[in-house]
Write a protein that binds this ligand. Structure first.
Ligand code: NIG
Ligand code: FE
Length: 412
């Protein structure tokens, strides 16, 4: 099965994906609705979807022999760029030292900050490639990457540039998020408000002006920033035209998710400790709930996110790796689909929505990505599987046949 080029005088389509079975993941679909047919792509977009081949010619044609096509998977919350690793802290935790205690003693996020500050932009990009390759092998076509291990203007900018540079090494689309408010840096240990002053007066304005980030995120938590500090960051982000999102209610219930919703946030992420008021606020604002079972699992948490309440209030559920060295060292999005089912009780269909159409919503790109629909970007994953539920089921076996990004086929 190879890509064949045919010599047509003036082809109407660039690419014909012939004999596909596909799940569109359109919001109003009931169930998966596996359909059979043909997908035509022009200028990187889905131009026609039909049950039998069209008479019009396509420049290239790929016979998919009934393989299953889904929207390309979207990993909407990662900390992919960092140096060093925290295997030693994993060991400390298993010897009984809690994550928060390690953080308060200057370890945790701050130990990754130290290693990341010492690395060059080029080194950071290079260190991220093997992790990115893991994600791509699990069908990812778009990924969000946060800063947050630099905590100075120079080092946050270095991280964001290192993240964006990945697009020139691999076929992938990178969205960037400024997470300067991830932890209080050592220089400001006793003056967190002054650090927030720096974030608001220098870091956000520079990052917005240089168009280095699409969104701004805050770790709203006792070991991060309080509600007042979080709100200052959100206000400044909005003044600079940047979307907001939050790491909220991960370890305690501070009300950060409701605050994120009040600022029209794209998503509130983690949310194990979210209460009904927070759920209602998110429902009202259309803020996505991003579930991160890898962090829940790796921190051996017991407090489950309020999945039933979120369902009752129709809050859209996204699912992501949260790939990072401290709480979720997992570079595989289908493994998170499996954990979403086993740990959080999601259905395989919910997990597939969570890594396609809803993940697109969490990145503010739901009008162009995450669905197989006319006019949408031709970002697709082609799988050697029978049924979409298999993505949440078997792990550790290569099932991805190819990925398409804006109509361009790649076999990794
Ligand atoms: O999403 N919660 C805060 N940030 C990361 C953890 C980062 C780290 O421990 O390095 C998270 O879990
Ligand atoms: Fe995170």
């Amino acid at each position: 099965m190879t890509l064949s080029t045919q010599d047509f005088a003036s082809p109407q389509y660039d690419l014909h994906l012939a004999n596909v079975r596909f799940v569109s993941m359109m919001p109003n679909d009931e169930g998966y609705q596996v359909q059979q047919g043909h997908i035509y792509i022009t200028q990187g977009k889905i131009a026609a979807i039909c049950s039998s081949p069209l008479p019009d010619k396509a420049q290239h044609s790929l016979d998919c022999q009934n393989k299953l096509v889904t929207p390309g998977l979207i990993d909407c919350h990662t900390h992919l760029i960092y140096a060093g690793n925290r295997a030693n802290e994993f060991e400390m935790r298993l010897n009984g030292v809690p994550y928060q205690t390690i953080a308060k003693q200057g370890g945790g996020i701050l130990s990754t900050v130290k290693a990341t500050r010492q690395a060059s932009q080029e080194q950071l990009t290079e260190l991220a490639l093997p992790r990115l390759d893991g994600l791509l092998a699990s069908g990812v076509t778009s990924i969000e990457i946060k800063s947050g291990y630099g905590l100075t203007l120079k080092d946050e900018v270095k991280m964001l540039r290192a993240a964006k540079a990945l697009e020139s090494y691999r076929k992938v689309r990178v969205s960037t998020t400024l997470l300067a408010a991830h932890a209080v840096p050592p220089e400001f240990t006793h003056e967190p408000d002054q650090y927030i002053d720096l974030v608001c007066s220098e870091i956000i304005p520079y990052v917005a002006q240089e168009k280095l980030a699409d969104s701004v995120d805050v770790f709203c938590e006792s070991i991060g920033f309080d509600l007042e500090q979080t709100e200052r960051v959100f206000q400044t982000a909005q003044q600079h035209g940047l979307a907001v999102k939050g790491h909220t209610e991960q370890l305690s219930n501070l009300g950060g998710s409701a605050l994120t919703a009040r600022y029209g946030g794209l998503s509130a992420d983690h949310i194990e400790f979210l209460d009904e008021q927070g759920v209602q606020a998110m429902a009202k604002a259309g803020t996505v709930a991003t579930l991160l079972p890898g962090a829940f699992y790796f921190l051996r948490e017991t407090q489950l996110p309020p999945i039933d309440l979120l369902r009752q209030h129709h809050v859209p559920l996204a699912l992501s790796t949260d790939l990072n060295p401290g709480t979720s060292p997992f570079a595989d999005l289908t493994m998170m689909m499996n954990m979403g089912c086993t740990l959080f009780g999601l259905t395989p269909e919910e997990t597939l929505r969570g890594v396609t159409s809803v993940a697109a919503q969490a990145l503010g790109v739901s009008n162009s990505r995450g669905q197989i629909a006319l006019g949408f970007d031709a970002d697709l994953a082609i799988w050697d599987i029978e049924h979409p539920a298999e993505l949440s089921y078997l792990q550790g076996v290569k099932r991805l046949y190819a990925r398409l990004i804006q109509g361009e086929v790649s076999y990794v």
